[in-house]
Write a protein that binds this ligand. Structure first.
Ligand SMILES: Cc1ncc(COP(=O)(O)O)c(C=O)c1O
Length: 387
């Protein structure tokens, strides 16, 4: 049997090992110097004024929701086509997600749907830059400005993406959360960074991630109720090594994506918005100044394909794939709490039923990609058996 091709694999090198060893030998495993060094390096790479490191992207989103004061009785406009954490973070504070259908090409929240869903209780907007492609921030900012409500960006899949104004995601002035689980563009094992909106907010976030302690830590005084959302120095060390190589990591992923798009286009597929919407649909191409940051390579299977059978056929050839993502409102806690039945957001539901994440990581070889594409084509009957 040929070697297995996993869905994701982190790209870690000697530099990360060296930095982690430094931390292990220093004895300062948490709240040591590497945390601040990582925050500075990350902010400098991104071009933001500050960066607050936390234990996960979810922790970042939770602190973001609190920082914006969203709570009981508040409604927040968001997308159902996302990883569940982007909505759970609202529930933690008693706020309610108001789901809006998505754009069929970018797969991000449709600003027109958001406009239509806005009501008296709307306290903010939480767009997710799904699969590393920027949501329509300009349209959402217009809506937010008109209603004088804030935006919390879920950029957990979008480190390195650029919006239609040419702004790096995370630098538009909204509170923004990034995530570093091992399948992300860069990893710290688990971890995240929250970009604060201003110094005061940053101070509060640094206190809340550390059980509400004052920033100088002089006394064990807890000025507010906080959490243990700290990133350890071991994680920060891995992150430092990753930030040093981030341009290279992103470029390698972009190259793999280009190879995928080339090979699958030759088999008759087309990017979303460019070809037969009922056939094999690839991630949409960049438009204008927008620039996708490649997190996964998700395709939408032809409407008549059986996804379970395709996943099984790929698995039989040693290739991992995954239906990605199920809509949040169709998950049982959301159905039970809000009475969703399915059918409410037809675009998101149709995409969720067809989307499939293929193996994707920077160290894939061209022949790995070709092997995945050939197996997919065979499973879909797009190529002669055995080719
Ligand atoms: C869109 C989105 N939001 C939030 C998260 C949560 O990040 P974490 O797993 O670091 O908590 C993820 C993680 O995959 C994500 O994809």
């Amino acid at each position: 049997m040929e070697e297995q091709i996993p869905l994701a694999r982190p790209d870690l090198g000697e530099r990360e090992e060296e930095l982690v060893l430094e931390v292990l030998r220093s004895g300062s495993l948490s709240l040591g110097p590497k945390l601040g060094e990582f925050e500075l390096a990350f902010a400098s790479w991104l071009g933001s004024d500050d960066a607050v490191a936390v234990s996960s992207g979810t922790a970042g989103l939770h602190l973001g929701v609190r920082a914006l004061g969203w709570g009981e009785g508040d409604e927040v406009l968001t997308t159902p086509f996302s990883f569940v954490a982007s909505s759970n973070c609202l529930l933690y504070e008693g706020a309610a997600p108001v789901f809006c259908d998505i754009d069929p090409v970018t797969l991000n929240i449709d600003p027109a749907a958001a406009e239509a869903a806005a009501g008296e209780r709307t306290a903010g907007i939480l767009p997710v830059h799904i699969f590393g492609y920027s949501a329509d921030l300009i349209a959402l900012e217009r809506l937010a400005d008109r209603r004088e409500i804030p935006i919390l960006e879920d950029a957990c899949q979008a480190l390195g993406a650029v919006d239609s104004e040419g702004r790096a995601i995370g630098t538009a002035g909204h509170v923004t959360s990034f995530a570093f689980y091992a399948n992300k563009q860069m990893t710290t094992g688990e971890g995240g960074v929250l970009i604060p909106a201003g110094e005061q907010m940053a101070e509060r976030l640094r206190s809340e991630r550390n059980q509400g302690r004052s920033p100088d830590m002089a006394e064990v005084d807890h000025e507010r109720i906080g959490f243990n959302y700290r990133m350890t120095d071991i994680q920060a060390a891995i992150g430092l090594g990753q930030v040093e190589r981030l341009d290279e990591l992103l470029a390698a992923r972009a190259e793999i994506a280009t190879t995928y798009t080339g090979v699958l286009s030759a088999a008759g597929a087309a990017p979303a918005g460019d070809g037969d919407p009922e056939g094999l649909v690839l991630p949409c191409a960049d438009r204008g100044d927008e620039q996708r940051s490649w997190f996964v390579y998700p395709v939408q299977l032809p409407v008549d394909a059986e996804r379970v059978a395709v996943i099984a056929a790929l698995a039989a050839e040693g290739i991992q794939s995954k239906g990605y993502l199920p809509c949040i409102h169709t998950m049982s806690p959301y159905r039970e709490r809000f009475g969703f039945k399915g059918g409410e957001f037809p675009v998101a539901e149709a995409v969720a039923a067809r989307s499939l994440a293929l193996p994707f990581f920077g160290s894939m070889t061209e022949s790995d990609v070709e092997r995945v594409c050939a197996a997919l084509a065979r499973a879909l009957g797009l190529a002669p058996e055995g080719k």
